[in-house]
Design a protein around this ligand. Structure first.
Ligand SMILES: NC(=O)c1ccc[n+]([C@@H]2O[C@H](COP(=O)([O-])OP(=O)(O)OC[C@H]3O[C@@H](n4cnc5c(N)ncnc54)[C@H](O)[C@@H]3O)[C@@H](O)[C@H]2O)c1
Length: 378
């Protein structure tokens, strides 16, 4: 069978890891690269003996390509994905799938109508920490999920934002810590717990020049009525991030999360509640009776995760006609959750999903035009 002929668009940042991954998947072949930066793209093309393009339209029209990886600023994700789908190509688009849920709707609709694969780069699902948590939940170790406490905390100095202007703007990035750093975590939370149905949140900018948010607190109710508290920040030193998912039978607890950006080893603890919380509530005689919690450290799931695993999944989804690990509807769910937090923050109300597309588009336009600004708390 012919290999999947793949092109990478955007070669200076994360595009490099797509270039490496494609070359490690036997069923895929890198055939072209595209970037606005002529010197960079020609250098990569020479090194890898593939065709260079500085114009995306010319790449799509060139023929001999089955799929593109889009490793470009967020604001280009949906428009470039739609163009690729119109050209009959499969797409691996970096996260997020779009800046707004209305744009994500258009991508989902077109991908399904044309029967083309769109995968979104939420590759953290392949990390051993994430897989371990998923298995504990699927095996019923914590029972019915009732509560989630999830923080993502790291520091991003001003130099991080100064390097790429697009990251600092609503138009370029669709948001800050939510869209850029933690869309991966929001995907994990939804993958582990389920669909969010109701959201209230506050976003703000405490410490950076950028126009987007650097701190978020949000409360989420999920379809199974579990409640979640999220704190996400690029203002806090590493080492304090915490994940806790509780059910009536047990709790998963991860302190000082290491897998915030790579497939690093985390210590994952499982606490088993005995008796299960619900039966303790109903049957315990003493009015302050507690369920006992016995803790153990869980061995993490075997195997490595990361970009190569994710690329292999994308290629097999295209070739075998199954959904990729992150189908476009699930990538849209992340954008919808983010849009809901932002909408809640600006309207000071709880937002029920589905998000009102027109209302969010109107707010987003104002944020992009500078008519509405991220609250500054300093
Ligand atoms: N999955 C992950 O773990 C991960 C990690 C880092 C970044 N990302 C995502 O990857 C994307 C890119 O981020 P980055 O850090 O690599 O950004 P970057 O700014 O370093 O790179 C973007 C590249 O796109 C090129 N580009 C911009 N406009 C273009 C156009 N119209 N046509 C062709 N090329 C164009 C730029 O020249 C640059 O080479 C973002 O969506 C980001 O969120 C994902």
């Amino acid at each position: 069978m012919q290999k999947l002929r793949h092109a990478v668009v955007g070669v200076k940042g994360v595009g490099r890891s797509h270039l490496r991954a494609i070359r490690q998947v036997p069923d895929a072949e890198l055939v072209a690269v595209c970037d606005l930066d002529r010197e960079a793209v020609e250098g990569v093309a020479r090194e890898l003996s593939v065709r260079p393009f500085t114009d995306y339209g010319a790449l799509l029209a060139s023929g001999g390509i089955d799929a593109v990886s889009l490793c470009v600023p967020h604001g280009l994700h949906a428009p470039m994905t739609l163009e690729a789908l119109d050209a009959g190509l499969h797409v691996l688009v970096e996260k997020p799938i779009a800046n707004t849920v209305a744009e994500a709707d258009r991508v989902v609709e077109k991908a399904r109508a044309r029967r083309l694969t769109v995968a979104t780069g939420h590759q953290y699902r392949t990390f051993k920490s994430a897989r371990t948590m998923k298995k504990l939940i699927a095996d019923g170790e914590i029972g019915t999920i009732t509560r989630v406490l999830w923080t993502w905390l790291e520091l991003r100095p001003e130099s991080y934002y100064a390097r790429d202007a697009w990251r600092c703007t609503w138009k370029g990035a669709g948001g800050g810590v939510l869209m850029n750093q933690t869309s991966h975590d929001l995907d994990l939370i939804c993958w582990l717990v389920g669909d969010p149905v109701e959201v209230s949140g506050m976003i703000g900018n405490w410490g950076h020049e950028a126009e987007i948010e650097d701190f978020v607190c949000a409360t989420v109710r999920f379809a199974n009525d579990a409640l979640g508290s999220l704190q996400l920040s690029t203002l806090t030193p590493r080492g304090l991030s915490l994940r806790q998912i509780s059910g009536d039978r047990g709790t998963i607890d991860v302190r000082d999360v290491k897998s915030l950006a790579s497939d690093a080893d985390d210590e994952i603890r499982l606490g088993r509640h005995s008796p299960p919380v619900r039966s303790c509530i109903q049957n315990a005689g003493a009015i302050t009776a507690q369920a006992e919690t016995r803790w153990e450290t869980v061995p993490t799931a075997p195997g490595e995760g990361g970009q190569v695993t994710f690329m292999r999944d994308f290629v097999s989804a295209v070739r075998d006609g199954h959904d990729p690990m992150v189908p476009p509807e699930e990538a849209r769910r992340v954008v919808e959750l983010i849009n809901a937090v932002v909408l809640s923050s600006f309207t000071r109300r709880t937002v029920r999903l589905p998000v009102d597309r027109e209302e969010y588009e109107a707010l987003f336009r104002k944020l992009c035009d500078g008519e509405t600004q991220t609250p500054r708390y300093r």
